[in-house]
Design a protein around this ligand. Structure first.
Ligand code: 5GP
Ligand code: ZN
Length: 110
């Protein structure tokens, strides 16, 4: 598996991990666009939201709730969630991930 985020899950590439359980991993974005910028990924490789269907419903719901929990644990009282889907949607790493970011007075947009 050459997927970058699968390599992070396997510990082959270092990352600053902020949360881990059996299903999910959350780590700091290497190029943060805000004071706090965390990526949340499922441990099972899934390319993109474009590749998801009803079978992924539970995973997606859990990820969203986990994002809110992690954001609050990181000290955020408000945050943005971003999911880039497909190359035309700005996705660069093809392992589904939620961006959770915030902390500045002026919110970053990408
Ligand atoms: P995308 O554009 O696919 O939604 O976001 C990919 C994100 O992954 C980018 O924000 C980028 O900074 C981050 N990223 C890329 N390579 C690495 C890496 O090796 N480690 C970490 N922690 N983040 C990465
Ligand atoms: Zn992967």
């Amino acid at each position: 598996m050459t997927c970058l985020f699968c390599k992070i899950i396997r510990g082959e590439i270092p990352a600053t991990i902020v949360y881990e359980d059996e299903e999910f991993l959350a780590f700091k974005d290497i190029n943060p666009i805000d004071k706090v910028h965390v990526l949340i990924i499922p441990k099972i490789h899934t390319e993109s939201l474009l590749a998801c269907n009803e079978a992924h419903q539970s995973m997606l719901g859990k990820m969203l709730l986990l994002g809110s929990k992690i954001a609050q644990e990181q000290g955020l009282v408000g945050f943005r969630t971003m999911i880039n889907s497909g190359s035309k949607g700005g996705q660069e790493v093809f392992h589904i991930h939620f961006h959770i970011y915030g902390g500045s007075d002026k919110l970053a947009k990408i």
